[in-house]
Each structure stands twice: as C-alpha cells, then as structure tokens.
Write a protein that binds this ligand. Structure first.
Ligand code: AVI
Length: 329
C-alpha cells in the first residue's frame, strides 16, 4: 500500500498581529507593588500566559463551572434575537477573546465585516485568529495582543464604520465595581455614539453553587491559581516554591464576590528582582475577585457609566446574563 505522507491540510491564512503586549518591566513593577502591599495581592491578568490560557479553557469545561456552559446556551438559543437587537454588518471588537468559541456563535447572525480580537495570551490569539480568518473568509480579522485595560489606539477601522464591542465571560466581574464603571465609561469611546456593547455578567445566586465553581473536584482551578507563581518564576525570574502554597476560594457574601487566594503553607520568602518578600504560615496572596451582580445592580452600574440598558437575556434558571447596552446620547 502506498501511503501519502504529505500533509494534505491546507495552510491557515496568515494574519497580521498588532502587538502591544506589556513589557516584562511593567509587569515586574505591578508584582513588586502587589507583594509589598498588606495584604499581599497579585493582578489577575498574570494568570493568562500560554499555560494559564490552557488551564482556563479547561475550567470552562468543568461540570462545576456553570458560567461558560450557561453563557453558550444563551448565545445558542438567542443568537438571532441578539443580532436583530445589535444590527448586522458592523466592525466587532472582542475583549479577552480567548479560544474564540463564543464569537463563532454570533458571526453567522451578526455578519460583521471586521473582527478585532484583543487578548493578552499571544500564542492562543494568533492561532485562533488564523482559524477564524480561515473559517470566515468574508471577515477581515485584526488580532491585537494587548492588556485591554490600558488605552488602545486602534487605527484600522474604516471611517464611519459602526462598532460593536463584545465583552464576554463575565470578565467585568474581575474588576472592582468603581474600576468596572470607569472601564465601561472608557469603552463608550471605542463603541462610538452609534455603537453598542454586548457584555456578559454572572448573576448572584446561592453560595454553594458559586463556591463549587471555584473549587472544582479535579483541582484545575487550584492549578490555574498556582500557575501564577509558576509564571513569576518563568517570566520574571522569581524564586518561589509552588509547593509552599495552596489554593483557597470562597464567596464573600457581603461584598458579593468570590475571592481567590494563595495561602502560604509555612513561613517562607519570595524573591523577585532582588527584592525579598517574607510570608508567614497562613498568610495570603489575594489573586482574584470575581464579583457577581443582580440584573438591577449591573444595570445601575451601566447607567452610571453612561449607557442605556437596551435588552438583557438570561437562562431559565437565571444563573447568567447577557446585556445589550447603548451609549446614552
Ligand atoms: C475570567 N473570569 C471571568 C473568570 C471568573 O470566573 O472570574 C476567571 C476564573 N477564575 C477562576 N475560575 C475562573
């Protein structure tokens, strides 16, 4: 038998990457500041190196992590309605595009002319952008590697094109509420007066369900949390012992947020950039907050940030919500 040993898969199209990845120096200063604070903190964006992005994709598939599954269910069942309310043929900008699975559910309905995925995980962004450019040849794809919390100057929108900003995954929940309002207010400029913002928000619900989502039986969330320390070691040359820490996540009912922490198992030190930070046994490094909102609380926040809530879609159990907001004129 003669085998064809040639790879018959057609090559994926090349896409130009607009690269504004923050420099290691700017990450170091945030890390030093966070470890010098009391209590110690590290910024959640440090989760998303290549390994962290992979772990996050695994989290999204966990039985306990209801968020992604529920969000996808809403997109699948309400895609036509969402597109009708948003309008077709616009330029679509996605913040934190990740594996790009959700946006695929919107493309056929929304028919955007341009798609601008923005993400900090460069390798994943590049490969996802090429796959999307291949699968949707009628969309101009412009991947942007950046920390989208910093000001961005995107100069490739055709003049006069309407812009739709898509912020999925309930990632706004990882901002402090005041920071979330300021961030939403900034996004109004990106959307423009005739644009729109489609944003996903995880809803308040019973504590047990929420805590389960951040304490999965397979330990993937724990690995994701600890990966932040591995990253300090690989990318910033830090001296840190991963075995010296354990994952802790709980719902702070009063503040309406899940808190993730790394707890020091013993007295120890972390050395970054020649600076030594001592930790006592039981001392915490606070790595993430994930705020949960009621629909009313989120709409109030959006209004304070200068938006008019137009529509909201939820699942039958009201676990999760997707909001269409338009800039108040
Ligand atoms: C990205 N973000 C919305 C996730 C969340 O649920 O807050 C990050 C995450 N942290 C632990 N599990 C997932």
């Amino acid at each position: 038998m003669i085998r064809n040993t040639h790879n018959t898969q057609p090559a994926l199209p090349e896409v130009h990457l607009h690269d504004f990845h923050p420099s290691p120096a700017s990450l170091i200063s945030e890390v030093l500041e966070g470890l010098a604070a009391t209590p110690k903190v590290l910024p959640p964006k440090l989760f998303y190196d290549h390994r962290g992005a992979e772990l996050f994709e695994r989290i999204c598939e966990l039985p306990e992590y209801y968020l992604t599954r529920t969000e996808i269910g809403i997109l699948e069942s309400r895609g036509t309605e969402i597109a009708a309310a948003m309008g077709t043929g616009a330029c679509m900008v996605e913040l934190g595009s990740g594996a790009g699975a959700k946006v695929r559910l919107l493309f056929d309905h929304l028919r955007p002319t341009m798609y601008v995925p923005i993400d900090i995980a460069r390798l994943q962004l590049q490969s996802v952008a090429r796959e999307l450019a291949n699968d949707y040849p009628w969309i101009e794809v412009h991947p942007v590697c950046a920390d989208y919390c910093r000001p961005l100057h995107l100069e490739f929108f055709p003049p006069g094109a309407r812009r739709l900003v898509y912020f999925p995954g309930s990632t706004l929940g990882n901002f402090e509420p005041a920071q979330a309002a300021a961030f939403l207010a900034n996004l109004r400029d990106l959307a423009g007066a005739d644009g729109a913002l489609l944003i996903s928000i995880d809803l308040k619900k019973e504590t047990r369900r929420i805590e389960g989502a951040y304490n999965d039986a397979a330990g993937v969330t724990a690995e994701f949390n600890l990966n932040m320390l591995a990253r300090l070691r690989h990318d910033l040359g830090a001296e840190v012992n991963l075995d010296g820490f354990r994952h802790r996540a709980f719902y702070n009912l009063e503040a309406g947020r899940v808190e993730m922490h790394l707890i020091s198992r013993r007295p120890q030190a972390i050395v970054v950039d020649d600076r030594t930070f001592h930790l006592e046994e039981g001392e915490t490094i606070h790595t993430e907050n994930s705020y949960k909102y009621s629909i009313g609380e989120f709409q109030d926040l959006a209004q304070r940030a200068g938006y008019r809530p137009v529509r909201v879609w939820t699942d039958p159990e009201e676990l999760f919500s997707i909001h269409l907001l338009k800039p108040e004129t």
